[in-house]
Design a protein around this ligand. Structure first.
Ligand code: ADP
Ligand code: F6P
Length: 320
């Protein structure tokens, strides 16, 4: 029977991480398992920066963005010495299992730790939804709703000035936030790495739809494509329609988590402790067809995630 576990958040923060920390902490405590909150990702594990959690340590965080455990990127943990130091610290504190909440990079770290005998359970926490084994990542819904809210505001001023607004959303190298935000805000075009695009075609579409009375335009660009300012300039030159670029940036990572993020984070956090309680480690918790499931970490990292091309095409067809 496992007696002591740790929980940490790593990589970029995501709204809902707090809900996951809360679920892990309270599930563990209610099952008689001691739980440590490890600060600033793998840094806290290497340096022993951790505190024992109580039920009350996670009060009043469910509705907050960010992470109460802080997060960081920890280059030292990518070295064999760093992993050894972390394992030593686990032994010293008596940590038999760790719940790692983060993205792919954090999962790679957890695989290294698992190979050294520490039971690691990974929870997908990233706004990008770019983790292949799961159809949903904690933070995705909040980030998309924030982006949507921002684009709606940008549309007000684009409309007043008869302009084209090119809006870049986050996603690292993936277009999941872009395609959903794009269809939801009625973007004239969505530009992602996954689907070919042609600025001449976009300019042509803008001019054609202008003939039917459309006077302002939104173009959503995924972060990985980049060049939003250039795209705005080129579209302005080709159409004669004044264009502006806005990079939404880190605003998308903050804010109160949506209901969906809180629910999924709570389910996943609870599930992670159930696995550890059974002595199971080296797994990634995921959502498949709406159900919570788990995969071997290395198998999860090797999976490929499809892009919703159909959604992209629907958005394109109805934005006329
Ligand atoms: P994310 O988890 O959001 O993908 P990063 O890629 O920045 O974020 O990874 C977070 C942390 O996980 C890194 O700072 C490092 O400590 C650890 N990590 C990332 N990649 C590896 C790797 N290949 N091997 C071991 N640890 C890694
Ligand atoms: O993975 C989340 C994310 O916000 C990406 O969308 C973005 O590419 C990256 O993190 C930004 O990282 P940083 O916080 O280091 O600027």
């Amino acid at each position: 029977m496992i007696k002591t576990i740790g929980v940490l958040t790593s990589g970029g923060d995501a709204p809902g991480m707090n809900a996951a920390v809360r679920a892990v902490t309270r599930t563990a405590i209610s099952r008689g398992i001691k739980v440590y909150g490890i600060k600033r990702g793998y840094n806290g594990l290497i340096n022993g920066d951790m505190i024992e959690m109580t039920e009350r340590s996670v009060s009043d965080i469910l509705q907050k963005g960010g992470t109460c455990l802080y997060t960081a990127r920890c280059p030292e943990f990518r070295t064999a010495e760093g992993v050894d130091k972390a394992v030593e610290k686990c032994k010293e504190v008596g940590l038999e299992g760790i719940v790692v909440i983060g993205g792919d990079g954090s999962f790679r770290g957890a695989a290294d730790l698992s190979a050294k005998g520490i039971l690691c359970i990974c929870l997908p926490g990233t706004i990008d939804n770019d983790i292949s084994c799961t159809e949903y990542t904690i933070g995705y819904d909040t980030a998309m709703n924030t982006a949507l809210d921002m684009v709606d505001k940008i549309r007000d001023t684009a409309q007043s000035h008869d302009r084209c607004s090119v809006v870049e959303v986050m996603g690292r190298n993936a277009g999941y936030i872009a395609v959903n935000t794009g269809i939801a805000c009625g973007a004239t075009e969505i530009i992602t790495k996954e689907i070919p695009y042609d600025l001449d075609d976009i300019a042509k579409k803008m001019l054609e739809t202008r003939k039917t009375g459309k006077q302002h335009f939104i173009v959503v660009v995924a972060e990985g494509v980049g060049h939003s300012t250039e795209i705005a300039q080129v579209l302005q030159e080709k159409t004669g329609i004044e264009a502006r670029a806005t990079i939404l940036g880190h605003v998308q990572r903050g804010g109160t988590p949506t209901l969906r993020d809180r629910v999924v984070a709570s389910q996943m956090g609870h599930y992670a402790v159930e696995l550890l309680q059974q002595g199971i480690g080296n797994r990634v918790v995921a959502m498949q067809a709406g159900k919570i499931v788990d995969f071997d970490i290395k198998e999860a990292l090797a999976m490929k995630k499809p892009y919703d091309e159909e959604l992209h095409m629907i958005a394109r067809e109805i934005a006329i």
